[in-house]
Design a protein around this ligand. Structure first.
Ligand code: NAD
Length: 321
């Protein structure tokens, strides 16, 4: 029986499905320092991880029978992918599984700041009784998303899903992606199976910065490790614009962001990802103009189910091929 170690947990349906297909699945968490010994002594041939377990060169070198490594989710920063593949091992992930969940989180944040929910949920439990009328008055500057322009930096899977949702809300979409000039997206707004095509042309980064009421990032971390948006880019943005980062911490210069918020250049920021995870800067967490979440873009029941199912299919394809 082929033995699979799911070291960062596995969705229940996926576990049953692998067992039904005759795999012996271990879901106990093996500490990182014991992994090599465990894999070899237990004859593990497939390793499933999320982001916690690191699969570095040493594991590939020391475990010659480990032929499959699957990462549930998008990034593979925790795995030496190229090295594993150079040894002929299958190293793979489930990049599309969380697309919809991340796109929905973008709008959860955007609606939240547009109606001051990020603020009222912090303040009302503490001061709501005495300041009800004052808070009500200050939140009257809220705004609708309809008619606003959403700049989308990175027009891949998530960027395009965000674009569809924005169109559904009556927003104008301005995408920027140096590697995508045009995109045609099939949508089924009425859920009848009758699709129609939305066509998008990307614009320059500067055009996007200058014209967008809100800007959302959906790019990988640049290879040079430098932020994509810093003071220079903020100074080109519309005064009072909103910035949303659900991509990766470090893509936005956090210190410059705080300056832009404090000066009023930007009205709000929405952050799901941070440079110093899991201990983001307190100035970001406490800022009244920032809506925060703890890197939960892909953390929905539906995404977990899709991740599990995709992993099952990948394991079966690999070992049954
Ligand atoms: P994708 O590969 O489908 O799309 C990324 C797009 O970014 C590509 O079209 C690429 O051409 C473009 N791009 C790359 N560098 C760029 C740049 N400098 N400027 C503009 N565009 C650029 O990826 P995706 O599935 O859409 O994921 C996007 C990001 O979302 C990834 O960084 C991923 O790490 C992140 N993500 C976050 C969460 C979360 O929990 N918050 C979950 C899933 C994915």
């Amino acid at each position: 029986m082929i033995r699979i170690l799911a070291n960062d947990g596995l969705e229940e349906g996926a576990l049953f499905s692998l067992q039904e297909h005759g795999f012996d699945v271990i879901i106990e968490k093996v500490p990182q320092e014991n992994l090599i010994d465990f894999i070899n002594s237990s004859q593990v041939r497939g390793l499933l991880v999320r982001s916690a377990t690191k699969v570095r060169k040493e594991i590939f070198d020391a475990c010659p029978n480990l032929s499959f490594v699957g990462r549930g989710g998008v990034g593979m920063d925790n795995i030496d992918v190229a090295y594993g593949r150079s040894l002929g091992r299958t190293v793979t992930n489930t990049p599309a599984s969380s697309t919809r969940s991340v796109a929905e989180l973008v709008f959860a944040h955007l609606f939240s700041v547009a109606r001051f929910l990020h603020h009222s949920n912090r303040v009302m439990p503490v001061e709501g009784q005495g300041k009800f009328e004052a808070l009500k008055k200050s939140y009257a500057q809220a705004f609708e998303l309809k008619g606003k322009t959403l700049g989308i930096i990175g027009f891949g899977r998530i960027g395009q899903e965000v674009a569809q949702m924005a169109m559904g809300l009556g927003m104008k979409v301005l995408p920027y992606d140096p590697w995508v000039k045009t995109a045609e997206i099939e949508v089924d707004f009425l859920q009848t199976g009758d699709t129609f095509t939305l066509e998008f042309e990307t614009v320059s980064l500067d055009e996007l910065l200058q014209a967008s009421d809100a800007i959302t990032l959906h790019v990988p971390m640049p290879a040079n490790g430098n932020p994509l948006l810093s003071a220079a880019e903020f100074s080109h943005m519309k005064p009072g614009a909103i910035l949303i980062n659900t991509a990766r911490g470090g893509i936005v210069n956090e210190k410059d962001l705080l300056v832009a918020l404090d000066s009023g250049r930007l009205a709000f920021a929405c952050l799901d990802v941070f440079e110093n995870e899991p201990s983001p800067l307190p100035e970001l967490l406490n800022h009244t103009k920032i809506s925060v979440s703890p890197h939960v873009g892909g953390s929905t029941a539906e995404a977990q189910t899709r991740i599990g199912q995709e992993l099952v299919d990948l394991v079966i394809d690999h070992f049954r091929a």
